[in-house]
Design a protein around this ligand. Structure first.
Ligand code: HEM
Length: 411
C-alpha cells in the first residue's frame, strides 16, 4: 500500500500508531496530499523543528493575508485576537508576551493554588461516584472535561457558574483554530464567540483593576494585570486575548490527558492495578500516559525560508506538521514505545512541545493529573469499559475522546 497520511481516515483516528511507525520507517519527512502539508514523525526531526526560527508559529497572519476582504471583515475581532496569542507569535513579539505571561505561572502562584485544585478534584470525584454508584454507565468524559475547565476558570477569576457558557464559546472557536470538523459558518461562529469572550473578560479585568482582590483571592488574571517587565505591561487587548488563550488551551488538552490516560489504564489492567497499589507512582504514571497516547496530536508551523529536513527540501510558504505522538513512539528514543509502563524512567517526551513555545501550563496540567488519578483510584474500584466503544474526536491538533463510557464500583 502506498503511503499517503490521512489523519481523518477513521482507522487512523482510532489508532494512529501503526501508520506513524510506517512513516518513521518508510517516509519520515512525508508530503501528505490529504493535508497539503509536510508531516514529520521522527523525534530527531520533530524536536529541532519545534524550535527552528525558520519555521514560524504564526499561522494567523498568512491566513489573514490570503483571504478576501469580505472574509477578513467577517473575522475582524477573532483574527486580531488570535494574532495576540503567544502560541501563534514569533520572536521578538513572542519573547515579550511570554515573559509577561510567565508571571501568572510561577511555582509560588501554582503552589498557592494547589489546595483549591484538590478541593475541586474531591468534589467532582464525589459527584462522579454518586452518578455511577449503582454500576450504571457514566461518561468519564464529562468529569475529564469539567475538572480542567473549572480549574482554569477559577484560576482566571471566572465564576464556576459560567463554565458551561465558556464551553459553548470554546466549541464555536475550535473549528476556526484548527479542528477538522467541517463546521458550516465557522468564521461567523468564531467571530461571535470572540466578541462575547472579549466583552466578558474586559468586564472582569476592569473590575479587578478597580477592586484589587485580597491576597488569598489573587488569580492568574491579577498576576498578568500586575506583570511588568522593564517598564512594559500587557495592554487591555493583549490581556483579553491571552485570557481567552489560557481558557482555550487550558481545558481540552488536560481533558484529553485524563480521558486518554484512563482509557490506556483500563486497556492495561496490570498497570491500573500497579498504580492502585502504589499511589506514589502517580508522577511517572502521568508522564507515561502523556507519552503513550498524548492529548496533542500535532503542532503546525509555516515555513519562512526553504529548509532541508531529512534530505528533503521544504519550500518557503509550505506547512509542516510536527507529529508529537509519533515522536513519542520513536524506538530510537524510547525502549518498547508501544508498551505502557507507568514506571518508565527515561521519558523525555515532547507532548508539551520544545523550545520557546514549551507549554506554559505544563505544571498546572501535571498538578491536576497528579491529584485526579490517585483520587480516582481511591474512590473507584473495578473500573472497566462500559457499553459502547470509546469515540475519538476528529481533530488533527488535539487527540481526545468525545465519549468514554465506563463502569466501576464505589470504593
Ligand atoms: C496535558 C495538557 C497540555 C498539553 C499536552 C499541552 C501542550 C502544549 C504544546 C504542545 C504547546 C506548544 C505549542 C507550539 O509549540 O506551537 C503548548 C503551548 C501552550 N500551552 Fe499547553 N498543553 C497542555 C495544557 C495547558 C494548560 C493547562 C494551559 C494553561 C493553563 C496551557 C497553555 C499553553 C499556552 C499559553 C501555550 C503557548 C506557550 C507559548 O507559545 O509560549 N496548556 N501546550
Amino acid at each position: 500500500m502506498p503511503l499517503n497520511f490521512d489523519p481523518y481516515d477513521p482507522a487512523v483516528m482510532d489508532d494512529p500508531y501503526p501508520v506513524y511507525r510506517r512513516l518513521q520507517e518508510e517516509d519520515p519527512v512525508h508530503y501528505s496530499t490529504a493535508l497539503r502539508s509536510w508531516v514529520l514523525t521522527r523525534y530527531d526531526d520533530v524536536r529541532p523543528s519545534l524550535n527552528d526560527p525558520r519555521l514560524s508559529a504564526d499561522r494567523i497572519s498568512p491566513y489573514l493575508d490570503r483571504i478576501s476582504p469580505s472574509e477578513r471583515e467577517k473575522v475582524k475581532t477573532v483574527g486580531p485576537m488570535l494574532q495576540k496569542w503567544a502560541v501563534f507569535m514569533d520572536p521578538p513579539d513572542h519573547t515579550r508576551m511570554r515573559k509577561l505571561l510567565n508571571h501568572g505561572f510561577t511555582s509560588t502562584a501554582l503552589n498557592e493554588f494547589r489546595p483549591k485544585v484538590e478541593i475541586i478534584v474531591e468534589r467532582m470525584i464525589e459527584q462522579l461516584v454518586e452518578r455511577g454508584a449503582d454500576g450504571r454507565n457514566v461518561d468519564i468524559n464529562s468529569f475529564a472535561y469539567h475538572l480542567p475547565a473549572t480549574v482554569i476558570a477559577v484560576m482566571l477569576g471566572v465564576p464556576e457558574s459560567d463554565v458551561e457558557q465558556f464551553r459553548a464559546w470554546s466549541e464555536d472557536l475550535a473549528p476556526f483554530v484548527g479542528s477538522a470538523t467541517a463546521t458550516p459558518d465557522k468564521l461567523g461562529l468564531a467571530e461571535n464567540s470572540a466578541r462575547a469572550m472579549s466583552a466578558y473578560f474586559a468586564d472582569i479585568i476592569r473590575d479587578r483593576r478597580a477592586h484589587p482582590p485580597a491576597p488569598e483571592d489573587v488569580t492568574i488574571i491579577d498576576h498578568m494585570i500586575a506583570a511588568e517587565e522593564g517598564g512594559d505591561t500587557l495592554s487591555l487587548a493583549e490581556l483579553i486575548s491571552n485570557c481567552v488563550l489560557l481558557l482555550f488551551a487550558g481545558h481540552e488538552t488536560t481533558t484529553n490527558l485524563l480521558g486518554n490516560g484512563l482509557l490506556a489504564l483500563i486497556r492495561h489492567p496490570d498497570q491500573l492495578q500497579l498504580l492502585r497499589d502504589n499511589p506514589a507512582l502517580a508522577e511517572t504514571a502521568v508522564e507515561e500516559l502523556l507519552r503513550y497516547d498524548g492529548p496533542v496530536g500535532s503542532v503546525a508551523r509555516s515555513v519562512l525560508e526553504d529548509v532541508e529536513i531529512g534530505g528533503k527540501t521544504i519550500e518557503k510558504g509550505q506547512r509542516v506538521f510536527c507529529m508529537l505522538n509519533a515522536a513519542n513512539h520513536d524506538p530510537h528514543h524510547f525502549d518498547n514505545p508501544g508498551i505502557l509502563d507507568i514506571r518508565r524512567e527515561k521519558n523525555r517526551h515532547l507532548i508539551f512541545g520544545y523550545g520557546i513555545h514549551f507549554c506554559v501550563g505544563a505544571p498546572l496540567a501535571r498538578m491536576e493529573a497528579h491529584c485526579a488519578l490517585p483520587a480516582m483510584m481511591r474512590r473507584m474500584k473495578a473500573i472497566e469499559l462500559g457499553d459502547g466503544p470509546p469515540v475519538w474526536r476528529d481533530s488533527l491538533v488535539l487527540r481526545g475522546l468525545s465519549e468514554l463510557p465506563i463502569r466501576f464500583k464505589p470504593a
